[in-house]
Design a protein around this ligand. Structure first.
Ligand code: EPZ
Length: 418
């Protein structure tokens, strides 16, 4: 089993090009099924979640090509409506195929999703909204068998919580429903807007109406398209955290600053200078020692993103001050805390609350990653710690980060995969 070996406390200086957004490409690849044509998608990150999604598309009968950071998917000939458990369990986002299969072939047989163990990952909002659209859904022994011979009927849906996945599934399911679908209280993450832009570029009729409401006019068919996805805002925050713990000076290219509007002030308050001399770049210059003395509450977009909680917590471990993290989105998203303590961090967790007392120094440790963003937190801590850090559980990193160690090495980190 490979490990990352980091010799920490080395200053990072240089520039990094931010990858395409994992949480955009996954729903967009699923949605490409609905076009029943060829879609060319640019700025696609080379990560295992994408490779697994492409395996599912090929299993369903699509022709797939992945060259550099461009994916070409042709969904003219879909030959199946079921996704085997072994493919579904690879990641949480596979549930997004439910709406895509319904809109493309009218039925679906999938097992309940896998993915990061961030506490129970229910799909009640997905199911409730799809049933409101008229989808018949039978569930037995973890298998969802869904179908609707005469298609879906547009309706008015209100989400009880702005769930990202439920919003995506309902958008994809309703683009070809009869009549108009209104979805209230949608998730407003940039990746949702990316999915909407992709679908509209392939002939869907989706409009935002006021705060958190979408109006979707069902169309008969979609067509192929060429689309470029947005940069990965969480990858950007991860590199910012790495800069903050290494007195770093990083120029991040391909960043949409407004996508991390709730995070930039946190780094500025910590004493980092954030500059941007071009539209899509951000330069972060860290102080000798960050100061971090605040409450961080994770919220739906545009609030502080839950995916940024772990890497930013790693930074707070080495900062002066006491911070309180409140994880409002997932019930079990502190699995990185146990591993951060091995570096000498001072963190206390009580339910959704984690209290971090910044310590003067962290020391290299042997740690295990247990979910994607928790893995990123361990890399950040290893970069800031004195001595050698060994990180196992790299499959979690490879799910969502393209070239993480090469990017970090290119700006001065001593990080090797062995
Ligand atoms: C998406 O997960 C992202 N994954 C997550 O990123 C991200 O953390 C999350 O949105 C929140 O932003 C992808 O886009 C592939 P949710 P998703 O539905 O769709 C509960 C990463 O690190 N809920 O908004 O699963 C749910 O249990 C990953 O890149 C229900 O109760 O998130 C959770 O507590 C991790 N019932 C909360 O809502 C439902 O039907 C938010 O979940 C659906 C969700």
């Amino acid at each position: 089993m490979s490990k990352l070996i980091i010799e920490g406390a080395r200053r990072l200086k240089g520039e990094i090009n931010i990858q395409g957004a994992k949480n955009s490409i996954l729903p967009i690849l699923a949605a490409s099924l609905v076009t029943r044509a060829e879609c060319v998608i640019h700025n696609c990150p080379i990560i295992s979640d994408v490779k697994n999604t492409l395996k599912i598309l090929e299993h369903l009968g699509c022709v797939v090509k992945f060259q550099e950071n461009t994916v070409i998917v042709n969904s003219e000939n879909i030959t199946k409506n079921s996704i085997p458990n072994v493919l579904m369990r690879e990641m949480r986002s596979s549930i997004i195929f439910l709406g895509a299969l319904i809109s493309s072939v009218g039925s679906a047989e999938i097992s309940l999703p896998g993915g990061c163990e961030l506490g129970p990952r229910p799909i009640d909002m997905h199911i409730e909204g799809l049933r409101q659209l008229g989808l018949r859904i039978d569930e037995s022994h973890g298998i969802l068998e869904c179908g609707n011979e005469d298609g879906l009927e547009g309706c008015n849906i209100s989400l009880s919580f702005p769930s990202v996945g439920a919003t995506e599934n309902l958008i994809i399911a309703s683009v070809k429903a009869r009549g108009t679908t209104v979805i209230n209280n949608i998730a407003k993450e940039p990746e949702i807007m990316d999915l909407i832009a992709f679908l509209n570029s392939s002939g869907a009729k989706i409009e935002s109406q006021g705060e958190g409401t979408l109006v979707i006019e069902g169309v008969k068919a979609l067509h192929g398209t060429e689309y470029t996805i947005i940069p990965d805002r969480i990858a950007a925050v991860t590199y910012m955290s790495a800069a903050a713990v290494t007195v770093g000076d990083l120029l991040l290219k391909n960043v949409v600053k407004e996508h991390i509007g709730a995070v930039i002030p946190v780094f500025e308050e910590a004493g980092c200078t954030i500059e941007s001399d071009t539209e899509n770049s951000l330069r972060i210059i860290a102080p000798t020692r960050p100061y971090f003395n605040r409450i961080v509450r994770t919220m739906p977009y545009p609030g502080f993103p839950t995916d940024a909680q772990a890497p930013v917590m790693a930074m707070s471990c080495l900062a002066d001050g006491t911070s309180v993290f409140v994880e409002n989105i997932f019930t079990n998203r502190y699995k990185h805390v146990g591993e951060l303590l091995r570096f000498g961090a001072d963190i206390k967790v009580e339910g959704r609350v984690a209290i971090v007392e910044g310590v003067k120094r962290l020391f290299g440790a042997e740690v295990t990653a247990m979910d994607l963003r928790g893995a990123a937190a361990l890399v950040v801590a290893g970069l800031g710690a004195e001595g050698t850090t060994k990180i196992s559980g790299l499959s979690h990193i490879d799910r969502g980060y393209e070239n993480l160690e090469n990017n970090l090495e290119s700006v001065g980190a001593s990080i090797k995969r062995v």
